[in-house]
Structure formats: structure tokens, C-alpha cells
Ligand binder design. Structure first.
Ligand SMILES: [Zn+2]
Length: 443
């Protein structure tokens, strides 16, 4: 069995008691954490990784990402959501081909792993979901994903418009092919893109399908004021209230953004056990607003974080979302609004809960899956070392460049900042060529 002993690091477990071992060992056997203690004997044949001067912690979990959009990074900046989406992103997704989808997903997975994210909830595009899952399989990232469902709406290119039945049948077939594969590392979530791109009958059927235990539902909601106004005009209801009426809010539902969630909708989210993916960089860049994260949490809603897609961020760096989550909500004047430990909780346990994987990942605990990152805490921005708390170090002065080693399911996928599963140079070259071809082909 593949055994790894991470020795002598500051172990930030994020377990229920927020246990921190200032200097401890973590033993990984196969896919699982087998021991966490001040000192663990080295089993014969175990690989030993010296983590002195490092923080050993659970990998970041991002509950809203679009791997299919990574090739569109930098293609549309400084535009509001609907213009950004209809003017550039949907035409890009319409022009995407199998090779482009694979290249985009590989690029995204490589960036995520190298920056310390070990698990994501991803939304695909209408086609090429097999290619996206295959790329995630190669990369070694833990991914729950689903093809985007789009059977209605204005400004949708013909190549992305699907029939209702076709969209549902393809989604069900993809779920059968991929859900629970790669030892459970790859999972499926139904992904109706947002209320404006889906017919009411499609959303109602998705609500039925998503009742299957262990299968999630992932959508966007109440991101932008114009979007909310159109939903209200078309349905007579606020965006989240409309999804609630159709039966889409359940414990497996993850709604990205919820910037404009009303107090009544916040209560609905809490009542149904639905989760919110907070995407602060994306919300700021698209000028969508600041999500009511404090209010959502006070209402009892689980909040996770996400980088969203590369073209609205423009990175997939979980550490940036972590820092922004801690800082942004102080704009209202409360320095204790979201502390460092709480921000890290959103980025680990919060994400694991949103993915329905809280029993498996999100914290370091014996018996849980070994999704672990080792963060170098000896770099210049961390100095001088003294009485600092590790949460503050990670959230305020830590950054993704400090991520040294990464394990997913006990498998070492990044070592000394070097990606072991994919060739970084080839990933970049493949993405460069695919992006050039796809954007050249567009009118
Ligand atoms: Zn999104």
C-alpha cells in the first residue's frame, strides 16, 4: 500500500475541535489518513516528507468553478455579467470542441492543484462533459461536475441550445458513466445553468432527478440585479423563491453567488439545507455586488467559497478567495465579521458540506480521505515567526505560491511545487494552441 508520513509540520486539522498540533506527524495509508499525533512511528517502506516550517492542512475545497472556461481567461474583462456572458462566454462555449474542452480542463486542474485546491464543484458547458471528466481523472483532482443544461433563454447561441428531453437524457447518461468513478473521486451533479437559460419543465425534472441520494444540483442564482429583474418579470417571483417553488432547493443543492438573496430567500435556503457558493472575486470583478454572507450564515445556511471561472476572476486561486472572504465583509465596519478561522472553515469544511462530502474530506481526521496540502510557512511574508496563529498566517499572509506538496486520496500529485500528474509545459502549450484556434474561429 502507498504510505506517506508527513513529519514535523504544524498540523491545522480543521476538525470539530479545531485541533492544531504545533508540531506533529500525519500518516497517510492508501487513500486515507491513518494517524495524526505529535509523533508517529515510520511504517516500513513509508515515504517520509519533512514538513518542518510548514503548515499541514486539509486541501481547499471550491464549490463553484467552470473548468471549461479556462481558455477564455483574459478574453473579456471590465464588463457586467449579462454582457460578459452573452457577448463572449456563451459564444466561446459554443465554439469549444473536444480538444479545447480537454485542454481547458487540464489547465484549470493544474492551476487548482498547484495552488492548493484539492476538490471542486464544477459546472461544465453543454457539450464535451466526457472530455472534462477524463481530464480531471488524469489530473488527479477530486471533482464533482455536470454538463450545463440550457434549453431556453435569450442570447443563447444555437450550438448551445438544447431540447429539454435531450438535455435531461444526456445528463442522466453522463451521471451513469461518471458518478462514483476513479474510486469515488469523480462525481456527478445536475447543472441547470441558471433560471434564465432553463425552461420551467426542465427545472422541475431536474428537481426530481436530484432527489437521488448522493447526487447534487448545481446552479447560479441571484448573481446580478438585471438577472434578478428578468427572472421576476418572467416568473413573478424572486430568483431563489422561483427555484424553491420548483422543488430545486434541497440538501444537495449548491447555488452560486446569491448576492441578491432576500431575507425571505435566505430563510428558504436554510430551511431546505441548500448551500451557497460565495465567489467574492467574481462578484467584485463583474460588479455584481457583495453577497450577504453574514446574513446567510446567521440564517443557518452553509456557505462555501469558489473562484468561479477563469474569465471572471481571473485566477482559480483559492487562497485569494480565502483572503477576500475574510476581508470583504468588514466593509460594513465590523473587524470581527468573518475571522481567519471562519474563512478557512468556509474554504474547507464549508466546501466539503456543499459537495456532500463532509464525512470524507474538509478536515484532517483519522479515517477521512487524505486530501492534504503542505504550505511553506517560512517565506519572507511570513517572517518573523513568533506567537502568530496559523489561521491568520494562512488567510492574511499566506498565498498559493507557498503551497509545496499536495495529496489527493493519499496520492502525491504535487511535490516541491511540481505537478506530478500532468506535464505543466504540455498543459500550457495545449491550452495556448486550443485557445488560439477557438478564438480565431469565432466571427
Ligand atoms: Zn459561475
Amino acid at each position: 500500500m502507498n504510505t506517506t508520513l508527513l513529519t514535523g509540520g504544524c498540523v491545522v486539522t480543521m476538525d470539530d475541535a479545531y485541533t492544531v498540533l504545533p508540531r506533529g506527524d500525519v500518516l497517510v495509508e492508501g487513500a486515507h489518513v491513518r494517524a495524526i499525533a505529535a509523533s508517529v512511528a515510520r511504517p516500513p517502506g513509508a515515504r517520509v516528507i519533512d514538513c518542518a516550517g510548514c503548515i499541514v492542512m486539509p486541501g481547499l475545497v471550491q464549490a463553484h468553478v467552470h473548468l471549461c472556461q479556462t481558455l477564455a481567461r483574459g478574453r473579456v474583462d471590465d464588463a457586467p455579467l449579462l454582457e460578459w456572458l452573452r457577448g463572449t462566454i456563451l459564444p466561446y462555449e459554443a465554439a469549444l470542441d473536444a480538444e479545447g474542452a480537454a485542454a481547458s480542463a487540464e489547465l484549470g486542474c493544474a492551476e487548482l492543484l498547484l495552488s492548493g485546491t484539492t476538490a471542486i464543484l464544477d459546472m461544465g458547458t453543454v457539450r464535451w462533459q466526457d472530455e472534462i471528466f477524463a481530464a480531471c481523472d488524469r489530473a488527479g483532482l477530486r471533482v464533482t461536475s455536470g454538463k450545463a443544461m440550457m434549453d431556453a433563454g435569450d442570447g443563447v447561441p444555437a450550438r448551445l441550445r438544447e431540447g429539454t428531453r435531450q438535455s435531461l437524457d444526456e445528463s442522466v447518461a453522463l451521471k451513469k458513466r461518471w458518478h462514483g468513478t476513479a474510486g469515488g473521486r469523480l462525481r456527478y451533479a445536475y447543472a441547470p445553468r441558471f433560471a434564465l437559460s432553463c425552461s420551467e419543465s426542465l427545472l422541475r425534472e431536474v428537481a426530481e432527478l436530484a432527489r437521488e441520494p448522493g447526487v447534487g444540483m448545481h446552479t447560479h442564482a441571484s448573481e446580478n440585479r438585471d438577472e434578478c429583474a428578468i427572472v421576476r418579470e418572467q416568473t413573478g417571483l424572486d430568483n431563489i423563491a422561483y427555484l424553491e417553488k420548483l422543488g430545486l432547493l434541497g440538501p444537495g443543492a449548491v447555488l452560486a453567488h446569491c448576492v441578491w438573496a432576500t431575507p425571505a430567500e435566505q430563510a428558504q435556503l436554510a430551511r431546505h439545507g441548500a448551500h451557497v457558493a460565495h465567489c467574492p472575486s467574481s462578484n467584485l470583478k463583474l460588479a455584481s455586488g457583495i453577497a450577504p454572507v453574514l446574513e446567510l450564515r446567521a440564517a443557518g445556511v452553509n456557505v462555501a467559497i469558489g473562484a468561479d471561472g477563469a474569465p471572471c476572476n481571473n485566477t482559480l486561486d483559492g487562497f485569494q478567495e480565502l483572503r477576500l472572504t475574510a476581508l470583504l465583509h468588514r466593509a460594513h465596519g465590523d473587524a470581527r465579521a468573518i475571522g481567519a478561522r471562519t474563512a478557512l472553515e468556509l474554504a474547507t469544511r464549508g466546501g466539503a458540506r456543499a459537495l456532500g462530502l463532509d464525512a470524507d474530506i474538509g478536515s484532517l481526521a483519522v479515517g477521512k480521505r487524505a486530501d492534504v496540502i503542505v504550505v511553506d510557512a517560512m517565506r519572507l511574508p511570513q517572517a518573523p515567526r513568533g506567537t502568530e496563529d496559523p489561521y491568520a498566517m494562512l488567510v492574511y499572509s499566506g498565498c498559493s505560491r507557498d503551497v509545496r506538496d499536495v495529496l489527493v486520496d493519499g496520492r502525491l500529485v504535487v511535490r516541491d511545487r511540481y505537478l506530478l500528474t500532468l506535464d505543466e509545459g504540455q498543459v500550457k502549450a495545449r491550452a495556448q494552441a486550443a485557445a488560439a484556434r477557438i478564438f480565431r474561429a469565432q466571427p
